[in-house]
Design a protein around this ligand. Structure first.
Ligand SMILES: NC(=O)c1ccc[n+]([C@@H]2O[C@H](COP(=O)([O-])OP(=O)(O)OC[C@H]3O[C@@H](n4cnc5c(N)ncnc54)[C@H](OP(=O)(O)O)[C@@H]3O)[C@@H](O)[C@H]2O)c1
Length: 363
C-alpha cells in the first residue's frame, strides 16, 4: 500500500496554468498601467500564435501587436528562439488564456527599449532571456531580471538555448542533487535539452554518467559529450542496465525530466541516493510508492525553475555557464534551425524527429 500517492502531472499543469495566467495579466496590471511604454498605434510584429492547445499545426504565423514594455522590462528584438520541451507540452496540452496566444520560454536578441525602472540593461545590449510565455515572436518584452548579457563570441542561437537547459541541469545536479566527483549519475531523457546539459556538466564534475535515450543513433554524440554509458530504453531494461553498471548498487543521483520513469528511477537509485524530479516529458499521470525510498533512506527532490531564475545564485550560475560556452568548455547542441514562419514544422520536428539537444527558430 503506497504511503502517499502524488498526482505529479496535474500539479505541474496547474503550475503552468497559473504561470500563464500571471504572465497574461502582467502588462495589463492596474498598478503598472500608467508606466507602461505603449507601442506606436497599429505597430505590429510577426509571431507564431494559436487559439487552442493541440498538435503542432495549431501554430499559425501571423501579426500581433508589438509587446508593451512595463517599467521593469526590456524589449528585445529577437534573433533566435529556443524551442523548449515545456513549450511543446504547453502548446500540446495547456489551454491558452486568450486567443492568438504566443507561447515560448526562451530567446535571445538585442535590447531596443528599456522600462523606466531598468538600470542594469541599455539599448544595444545583446541578451539571452527567459519568461513564462511570448518568445515565439519578432519582439519580446521580458523583465530585465530575467535576462543575461551574452558574452563576446557566443552566437544568438547558443545563447537562446543555454539558460533554461543548462541553468536547470546545473541546479538539479549541484544545488539540489549535491553531486560529488566520483559519484554515479543516471540521466533520463539524456538526448533532450535538459538531459544533454546534465550529461556535459556531470561529466565535467568528475561523475560517472549513465545516459538513457531511445534508439542508438545519438549514442556516439552522447559519449562524445561526456556519457560513460548509454542505455537504449527502447531495447534494454534501464534498471537492469544501471544495476549491472554499478555492481548492483544503483546510481547516487538520478535526474528525471520524464515523470513516467519515476518508478524506474527510484528503483535504480542507490541507498541514500538523491532523485531529482524536474519534468513530465513522458506525459500522463503517475503514482509513486514512497515506502521503498523511505526504507532506503533516499531523498526525493523537486525542481521548478520558474521562480528561481531571478535568484542571485541561479542568475550568476547562468552567467558562468554562458562564459563556459564562450570558452568552449560546454556546448549548446542545436540539431536544426527553422524560420519562425515555419513554427508548426519546427515544433513537429522537435516533437517527433528525435533531435539531439535543441531545435531553434529565427524570425
Ligand atoms: N521543472 C523545471 O523547472 C523545468 C525546466 C526545464 C525543463 N523542464 C521539463 O523537463 C522536461 C524535459 O525538457 P527538455 O527541454 O529537456 O525536453 P526535450 O528537449 O523536448 O527532451 C525530451 C526528452 O524526453 C524524452 N522522453 C519523452 N518521452 C519519454 C518517455 N516516455 N520515457 C523516457 N523518455 C522520454 C525524449 O527522449 P528520447 O529522445 O530518448 O525518446 C526526449 O529526448 C519537460 O517536461 C520540461 O517541461 C522542467
Amino acid at each position: 500500500m503506497p504511503l502517499r500517492q502524488i498526482e505529479f502531472s496535474t500539479a505541474i499543469r496547474e503550475m503552468q496554468r497559473r504561470a500563464f495566467a500571471a504572465s497574461s495579466a502582467r502588462p495589463e496590471s492596474a498598478t503598472r498601467r500608467s508606466q507602461i511604454h505603449r507601442p506606436e498605434k497599429g505597430e505590429i510584429v510577426k509571431a507564431a500564435v494559436y487559439d487552442a492547445a493541440g498538435a503542432p499545426g495549431v501554430l499559425k504565423y501571423g501579426d500581433v501587436p508589438s509587446p508593451m514594455t512595463g517599467p521593469d522590462d526590456v524589449l528585445v528584438s529577437v534573433e533566435a528562439i529556443s524551442i523548449e520541451g515545456g513549450d511543446l507540452i504547453n502548446r500540446r496540452s495547456t489551454p491558452p488564456p486568450r486567443p492568438r496566444w504566443v507561447v515560448g520560454y526562451a530567446a535571445s536578441g538585442t535590447v531596443i527599449a528599456v522600462g523606466s525602472n531598468v538600470r542594469s540593461r541599455k539599448v544595444g545590449d545583446r541578451v539571452a532571456a527567459f519568461d513564462m510565455q511570448g518568445s515565439h515572436a519578432e519582439r519580446w518584452a521580458v523583465p530585465a531580471g530575467r535576462t543575461w548579457l551574452i558574452p563576446d563570441g557566443v552566437d544568438a542561437a547558443d545563447a537562446a538555448v543555454l539558460p533554461i537547459s543548462f541553468g536547470t541541469a546545473h541546479h538539479c545536479l549541484f544545488t539540489r542533487g549535491a553531486l560529488r566527483p566520483g559519484e554515479t549519475v543516471l540521466v533520463q531523457a539524456a538526448a533532450g535539452g535538459v538531459g544533454l546539459a546534465a550529461v556535459q556538466l556531470a561529466a565535467q564534475a568528475g561523475a560517472t554518467v549513465i545516459a538513457v535515450t531511445s534508439g542508438t543513433q545519438r549514442s556516439d554524440r552522447l559519449m562524445e559529450l561526456g556519457a560513460d554509458h548509454v542505455v537504449d530504453r527502447a531495447t534494454s531494461n534501464v534498471l537492469d542496465a544501471v544495476l549491472q553498471i554499478t555492481g548492483g548498487v544503483g546510481a547516487d543521483v538520478v535526474i528525471d525530466p520524464v515523470g513516467t520513469t519515476l518508478p524506474a528511477s527510484l528503483a535504480a537509485l542507490a541507498p541514500e541516493g538523491r532523485l531529482v524530479f524536474v519534468g513530465n516529458a513522458g506525459g500522463g499521470s503517475l503514482t509513486v510508492d514512497l515506502w521503498p525510498p523511505m526504507q532506503s533512506n533516499q531523498t526525493l527532490l523537486g525542481v521548478f525553475m520558474g521562480p528561481l531564475f531571478e535568484r542571485p545564485t541561479v542568475r550568476s550560475s547562468v552567467d558562468d555557464l554562458l562564459q563556459a560556452v564562450a570558452t568552449g568548455r560546454i556546448r549548446a547542441v542545436i540539431e536544426r534551425t527553422f524560420p519562425l514562419a515555419e513554427a508548426a514544422a519546427a515544433h513537429q520536428f522537435a516533437e517527433t524527429a528525435k533531435p539531439l539537444g535543441r531545435t531553434v527558430m529565427k524570425p
